[in-house]
Design a binder for this molecule. Structure first.
Ligand SMILES: *[C@@H]1O[C@H](CO)[C@@H](O)[C@H](O)[C@H]1NC(C)=O
Ligand SMILES: *[C@@H]1O[C@H](CO)[C@@H](O)[C@H](O)[C@H]1NC(C)=O
Ligand SMILES: *[C@@H]1O[C@H](CO)[C@@H](O)[C@H](O)[C@H]1NC(C)=O
Ligand SMILES: *[C@@H]1O[C@H](CO)[C@@H](O)[C@H](O)[C@H]1NC(C)=O
Length: 400
């Protein structure tokens, strides 16, 4: 009889200890809290408690059982909400909705391809640099480039794209790329690009074909990237890889700027869509039927402020893509009711028509400019050296 009681007593005691242990482990309390009926606040509260707050309370109790700090660290990670590029797969099929329409069949193949894939907005990143904006950057220089134009990037790194700090203002440079549009170029050039990126760490690459009509895709990808990784940037210079740029003149210009919604460049007001089929910028009526474009700055080089870039990102997502990237930005600006500012120091549509003009080789002219189109690597390196030598220029050439 006595032996039987003892066994029951033992099992009851054992069960009690087991229940206490399990409960304590589950709730992350100390055994004394449970035994004294002290429930941590959040178990009594009916309302959801903010993660941060609860984890702080919990972590104190948990430290009794768990390795120190593990919960707190996890909590910090969720709180910061580290944002990353959220497109990881390419799933884009041609939109055949209008492929049987006569107006579509009458279009040139490149326009057909553009329209078939126009709805595919974002692609995964192949090369990223989330750390590029971790400092306070004053001016971010971004350059549209393609995989095969390695020599242009090299010349830019040696000249106007050199990362530096001027009076405490940090300047950083990034090149924006898609993938090689020719299959035979893809494998080899990709390896070289990755090596180049390994050395310089200044390449952003997305998984879309680097074609002329995909430049707008590059624009919206960059704006989205900026929104995720660089939302506190002061100013952005965005341009082509075959231009001459004077970062010092840009800095000088920006010093006097107080206005918000700054968008400055070589602005065209009331430009007409080009209807000649031979032209690189030809646009069929089916794609744009209005007589004029909204004001826009030539994509060869322009400057905007960081807050405006954030607004442009938002607005860009509400518009259908347009095959010409700088016109597309003009359309976004029009919705924002921001008029781009024309500045004589931006010459992105060429300087003078006559290629042999003295102006095209005049370093004093370049010295006074912010952006000049178009210079290939050897000319760029040469002109850069000339402009930064001891030039004696007459005053009247100064634009700033
Ligand atoms: C891609 O999208 C199509 C239709 O939108 C869907 O049927 C298919 O399952 C998707 N494939 C992947 C791999 O997500
Ligand atoms: C094609 O048309 C259908 C029906 O009008 C529509 O639901 C769909 O979104 C269209 N596809 C694209 C890619 O726009
Ligand atoms: C743009 O890139 C996408 C993805 O690589 C491709 O499917 C599409 O054909 C390209 N569009 C043009 C007009 O080159
Ligand atoms: C430019 O002139 C300064 C003095 O005026 C001189 O010290 C310097 O060496 C010169 N630089 C070049 C590249 O000639």
């Amino acid at each position: 009889m006595f032996q039987w009681k003892k066994t029951v007593y033992k099992s009851v005691l054992f069960s009690f200890v087991l229940v206490v242990t399990v409960t304590v482990l589950q709730r992350g309390m100390t055994p004394s809290q449970l035994l004294q009926g002290q429930q941590p606040k959040e178990f009594l509260s009916q309302e959801p408690v903010k993660a941060q707050k609860r984890d702080n309370v919990l972590s104190v109790a948990n430290n009794f059982w768990k390795k120190e700090g593990s919960v707190t660290k996890a909590a910090e990670a969720t709180e910061k909400q580290v944002r990353t590029w959220d497109i990881t797969t390419t799933n884009c099929t041609a939109n055949l909705n209008f492929s049987k329409d006569d107006w579509f069949k009458g279009l040139e193949p490149n326009f057909q391809q553009f329209l078939l894939y126009r709805h595919c907005r974002y692609f995964p990143m192949i090369i990223n640099h989330p750390e590029k904006c971790s400092d306070d950057i004053y001016l971010l220089v971004v350059v549209k480039s393609i995989i095969t134009q390695h020599d242009r990037r090299e010349a830019i790194r040696k000249t106007w794209g050199r990362e530096k700090e001027v009076d405490g203002k940090k300047i950083r440079t990034l090149f924006l790329l898609g993938v090689a549009s020719k299959v035979e170029e893809r494998a080899n050039y990709q390896k070289l690009l990755e090596y180049e990126n390994h050395i310089y760490g200044d390449i952003l690459q997305w998984d879309f074909l680097d074609s002329f009509f995909n430049l707008t895709l590059k624009e919206v990808h960059f704006l989205k990237w900026l929104n995720i990784y660089c939302d506190r940037i002061r100013y952005i210079f965005k341009g082509d890889d075959d231009v001459f740029v004077s970062p010092n003149n840009i800095l000088e210009y920006l010093e006097d700027q107080k206005a918000t919604d700054l968008f400055v460049g070589d602005v065209l007001y009331k430009a007409r869509p080009i209807r000649k089929k031979e032209n690189k910028y030809y646009i069929p009526n089916a794609l744009y039927s209005k007589p004029h474009y909204p004001p826009y700055a030539g994509g060869g080089g322009f400057v905007m402020d960081g807050l405006l870039a954030q607004k442009l990102h938002k607005v860009s997502e509400t518009l259908e893509l347009y095959p010409i990237d700088d016109v597309f930005l003009g359309m976004c600006l029009e919705i924002l009711k921001v008029t781009p500012v024309a500045h004589a120091g931006f010459k992105t549509f060429g300087i003078v028509k006559n290629k042999n003009s003295r102006m095209n080789k005049e370093p004093c002219f370049y010295q006074s400019m912010l952006v000049v189109h178009k210079l290939l690597p050897p000319e760029l390196l040469q002109m850069w050296d000339l402009v930064h030598s001891n030039l004696t220029c007459s005053r009247k050439l100064y634009i700033l």
